[in-house]
Design a protein around this ligand. Structure first.
Ligand code: ASP
Ligand code: MG
Length: 498
């Protein structure tokens, strides 16, 4: 059994949903459970409608509803044809009528509560999952729509509810597992759930990944696939460095570190339920049927390169806090950290010397009140337009000379380093430079630590995972491909690299 999650951009149009159906077909034999996000931008549109309605702007709210309705009905028509889409339209129209009623209610009471917001947002995933389920059936996939609100049980922390893993496991075993056993494909909306009393809740924005991980963990799935619109996690931002490549394997800790320091693919915290149970998670590209993506596991094998990836986080400020003369060190540090705590300042890197402390923080999240507080106990200066470069890799642990190697490379690029940090866990080396030097620094570092080696980086997902690559069905028809180890596919890919 495996869980396949498709994000908003993967189901944004009829064409995208067609691709999703083809991808799921390649996994049919392995017992897929499919989790779907709302169509791209729909969740934002629902929020906007709710806000407008609660503000009394009924015109804009209902106009928003009209355009969301039209988009879904048109996608259904394109995917299902006129006759079949007419058959499912009543089900969709019931949802649109409920949604309209709710918006009118908001116009009357002029308040959107967190509980109301969860109800409102649930329409995005309900609509998309119903349409995709029907599109699958029409394409010969034996699919059965499942109501996530009957499987995923959470507490009542509306807008970011906390799953009750035991109750959810029970729900999944009851509602989903029997379908898989009878060779059907259960398909459900991500992100949405319900409390034990049956009140709709959501898992927080971007929560479909979390749904997939929770469902995978509940069903003891063999793997979880997160299908998105990029080629897995990359060794660095390809816009900064065109030679960036997909990371084949990465550990959960490394992925978390990357997300924290600016990588945008997915937040691995959402994957924790799966990782804890040792279920591997793959990040794959739904626009590329041959995607083999990135594998995230609790422990990843050593990589060929010294690091797993390089990230850059821009829009950073350095705040320098220098104690007034005569202040005792411990008292000074305590006051500074207490001030950070009072203002809930989310600080990235801290460097301390006897009478001064410097820290970095995202400029847009630097509270002015924090600076005011600090000025009472010290001299404070602030420098904007800085960036944190972070090199992540568990393999650097216990290896001498790594930092020297990094900073030599940065020096070769002629870039000045402002602050340095390497934690005792030795999973990353990070440092601060001026924002405008980021492209230059990252390019030098990437060229140095991730030299291109044609052929080696090309992988064979079939051997690695025991599953066909998404393009595998097509490959199998070609007699020249050795289906066992995919030799021909590999040679072809290697050739196209050189
Ligand atoms: N549709 C929800 C959102 O946009 C959940 C998700 O896409 O993961 O936040
Ligand atoms: Mg989304």
């Amino acid at each position: 059994m495996l869980v396949m999650k498709f994000g908003g951009t993967s189901v944004e149009s009829a064409e995208a949903i067609e691709r999703v159906a083809r991808i799921v077909a390649t996994r049919q034999k392995h017992g897929p459970v499919v989790v779907i996000s709302a169509m791209a931008k729909v969740t934002d549109q629902l929020i906007a409608m709710g806000e407008k309605a609660a503000a009394g702007d009924s015109g804009t709210a209902l106009e928003g509803l009209r355009s969301v309705r039209e988009r879904h009905l048109q996608t259904a028509r394109q995917l299902l044809g006129l006759r079949r889409s007419a058959a499912v339209a009543p089900r969709l129209e019931t949802l649109f009528a409920e949604l309209e009623n709710f918006l009118r209610g908001l116009m009357a009471v002029r308040e959107l509560t967190p509980r109301g917001s969860d109800y409102l947002l649930s329409f995005g995933e309900l609509l998309s999952s119903l349409i995709v389920a029907d599109a699958f059936v029409v394409r010969g996939l034996n699919t059965c729509w499942v109501d996530s609100r009957e499987c995923l049980v959470t507490d009542r922390t509306h807008t970011r509810a906390v799953p009750d893993l035991l109750a959810t496991r029970e729900g999944c075993k009851k509602k989903i597992a029997p379908l898989v056993l009878s060779k059907r494909i259960p398909l459900l909306g991500g992100f949405i759930a319900a409390s034990a009393e049956g009140i709709p809740t959501t898992l927080g924005r971007g929560g479909s990944d979390y749904s997939a991980a929770i469902i995978g963990a509940s069903l003891d799935a063999e793997r979880i696939e997160i299908w998105t619109d990029v080629e897995g996690m990359m060794t660095t931002d390809p816009r900064l460095c065109p030679s960036a490549r997909t990371i084949e394997k990465i550990s959960f800790n490394e992925a978390a570190e990357l997300a924290y320091f600016g990588a945008k693919v997915l937040h691995p915290a959402a994957l924790l339920p799966a990782i804890r149970q040792n279920i591997p998670v793959y990040v794959l590209n739904s626009r590329n049927l041959k995607s083999t993506g990135t594998e995230i596991t609790a422990q990843a094998p050593p990589s060929r390169d010294m690091f797993r990836a390089i990230t850059a986080k821009t829009g950073i400020s350095i705040v320098n806090v220098v104690a007034s003369r005569g202040v005792m060190v411990h008292g000074f540090l305590r006051s500074v950290f207490e001030a950070m705590d009072r203002h809930a300042a989310s600080v990235d890197i801290v460097a301390i010397s006897e009478v001064s402390l410097s820290f970095t923080i995202e400029t847009k999240r630097l509270p002015a009140a924090l600076l005011n507080d600090l000025e009472r106990i010290a001299d404070v200066t602030c420098e904007n337009e800085q960036a944190i470069i972070c090199l992540v890799g568990e393999d650097i642990h216990g290896k001498p000379g790594v930092a020297a190697n990094v900073f030599n490379t940065v020096a070769t690029a002629g870039v000045n380093v402002r602050m340095i940090s390497q934690g005792a866990s030795e999973i990353n080396i990070s440092f601060v430079i001026r924002e405008n030097e980021v492209p230059n620094a990252v390019r030098h570092l990437h060229e140095h630590f991730f030299p291109a080696a044609p052929g080696i980086s090309v992988r064979n997902s079939r051997r690695r995972t025991g599953l066909p690559a998404p393009g595998g069905l097509r490959n199998r028809k070609r007699p020249s491909v050795n289906a066992k180890d995919g030799t021909a596919a590999r040679t072809k890919a290697a050739a196209s690299l050189s």
